[in-house]
Design a protein around this ligand. Structure first.
Ligand code: MN
Length: 232
């Protein structure tokens, strides 16, 4: 008899006000704020948006610790607006995109920057730089029926009480509807998908003991503490 345990049930994200959102896939947009695109060494002149993924079980609920991950000396924060898809579809137009949005949350696209940069240099996939254990801390979702469709508002990240990233989601190069339009040309979006929409400028390293507090106007704040690496 096989004794392999059945993988964990579907990861879920709490919904503010009650309920749990079942998470299907986590998509992320690369370089979607001009100032961050420049700090990463690229021209933000509206290159087509591009996407990568994290495993759904990389999610970590707000308030839980994340361990400093293995195989890196440059573990970095990227604060992001997260969009949750409530209704699936493919080849969705920007005009129709809002009806596919269930809600929004504050998320962190935690990154092993040294691995990502090395992969970038060698033309290799980003997965080990981006899609690792506990790489997607996320605050509870706020339904769009409560907060409306977000188009502007401050986004910021504090580390140990000091502001490290600060911008406005109005500065997204590709707006949420445009991101949904592009992504749904490549894949069928499904209920339960999350889209991390990109980070503004000011990314940088964290170390064990650091407390991160993420904020987007109108949403619930995200809290997480980096703790010592997990023992093997
Ligand atoms: Mn990112």
């Amino acid at each position: 008899m096989l004794s392999i345990p059945v993988p964990q049930p579907v990861p879920t994200l709490a919904v503010s006000g009650g309920g749990a959102f079942p998470v299907h896939r986590i998509y992320c947009v690369g370089r979607n704020y001009a100032a961050h695109t420049r700090e990463m060494g690229f021209d933000p002149n509206r290159e087509e948006p591009f996407f990568f993924l994290k495993p759904a079980d990389a999610l970590v609920a707000s308030g839980k610790d994340i361990a400093y991950p293995p195989m890196t000396h440059d573990f970095q924060h990227e604060i992001e607006l997260v969009v949750a898809i409530g209704e699936g579809g493919r080849a969705i137009s920007a005009e129709q995109a809002h009806r596919h949005v269930f809600g929004y949350a504050v998320g962190l696209d935690m990154t092993r920057r040294d691995l990502q940069m090395n992969a970038r240099k060698q033309g290799r996939p980003w997965d080990m730089g981006k899609g690792f254990d506990e790489s997607a801390p996320c605050a509870p979702l706020i339904p769009a029926s409560v907060c409306g469709y977000l188009e502007r508002g401050a986004i910021c990240l504090e580390v140990n009480g000091e502001v490290r990233q600060k911008s406005d989601i109005a500065h997204l190069i590709w707006s949420v509807p445009e991101v949904i339009q592009h992504l749904s040309r490549f894949v069928t979006l499904c209920p339960g998908d999350l889209i991390f929409t990109g980070t503004p400028e000011g990314v940088g390293p964290v170390r064990a003991g650091d407390v991160m507090e993420g904020h987007v106007d109108g949403l619930e704040d995200l809290w997480t503490t980096v703790v010592a690496p997990r023992l093997v």
